[in-house]
Design a protein around this ligand. Structure first.
Ligand SMILES: *[C@@H]1O[C@H](CO)[C@@H](O)[C@H](O)[C@H]1NC(C)=O
Ligand SMILES: *[C@@H]1O[C@H](CO)[C@@H](O)[C@H](O)[C@H]1NC(C)=O
Length: 260
């Protein structure tokens, strides 16, 4: 009995010194790296439709991609108590929203920035539709989609997703988007207040500015650009988009998810 007690005491002491010894020698045990970042959660009911912000994220009119957007303000490797990064990038990087201030300077002056966007529009039932692959989104295409009255949020999936354009660092101006007449038709003939699309602009390159003017002049439509719509069936979902509240900014990065 006594011997056994002494033995287990010794075991405890040596286990303790082993543990503290290891802690002193090597610091906390190196963590296992996280598993592959996920796109789908909750047993296939929650889809992350946000693109990653990385150095290879495509940016407007550039061959180079975003490049270095993070730099250290403080780093443990350099003797600081913590790591702290600072971010430098356009507010229209990767998945983001546009406010009326983006293309109307009088709206910018009046405060129609991203912080003025209606969270109720950014969150709620949304339809994911596939558009024809042989055209940009014109008034005729909008008509052919037959989106029912009452639908307030639509995510338009285009050839951009098939072409993996958001995964290519070189900007491609041949992407599919709304033509001016398509935007005008949508504003005048539907109840859609949130327009989402799968490349850096909802507007086709050839009519980028005019199309934005059509969408944003009434300050009722929110544009969500750079969505990741791969591997999701068309249909009705619940959308949640939560842009960062950048006061005074004309756009803002946003996390968007779809719930089945
Ligand atoms: C650490 O400090 C050196 C010298 O000031 C600097 O060149 C380097 O960028 C710093 N690195 C980090 C990660 O802070
Ligand atoms: C859509 O418009 C762009 C120019 O903005 C053009 O390069 C592209 O070929 C058009 N796409 C289709 C499918 O017609």
């Amino acid at each position: 009995m006594k011997l056994f007690h002494i033995f287990s005491l010794l075991l405890c002491i040596s286990a303790f010194s082993l543990a503290t010894g290891r802690r002193l020698a090597a610091g906390p045990v190196a963590p296992v790296p996280p598993a592959e970042h996920r796109e789908v959660y909750a047993d296939g009911r929650l889809f992350d439709i946000t693109h990653k912000v990385s150095k290879d994220t495509p940016t407007w009119d550039s061959k180079e991609g975003l490049g270095q957007f993070l730099s250290p303000l403080a780093s443990i490797k350099n003797g600081s108590a913590l790591n702290m990064a600072e971010v430098k990038m356009s507010v229209h990087t990767a998945t983001h929203v546009d406010s009326p201030a983006h293309v109307f300077d009088n709206y910018a002056d009046a405060g129609y920035d991203v912080d003025s966007l209606d969270l109720e529009v950014l969150n709620g039932p949304a339809l994911l539709v596939d558009v024809p692959r042989d055209n940009n989104i014109t008034a005729d295409v909008m008509m052919s989609l037959n989106i029912p009255k009452g639908v307030r949020r639509v995510l338009f999936r285009t050839a951009n997703t098939d072409r993996h354009l958001m995964f290519k660092k070189e900007f491609d101006s041949s992407y599919t988007g709304f033509m001016k007449d398509g935007a005008k038709w949508l504003v005048e003939n539907t109840d859609i207040k949130l327009v989402g699309l799968d490349y850096l602009s909802v507007a086709a390159y050839a009519e980028a500015l005019d199309t934005h003017l059509e969408f944003l002049v009434n300050r009722e439509t929110i544009l969500v650009e750079g969505l990741k719509l791969d591997n999701i069936l068309p249909g009705l979902y619940t959308l949640h988009c939560l842009p960062v509240r950048l006061v005074g900014a004309d756009g803002s990065p946003t996390r968007c998810i779809l719930l089945k």
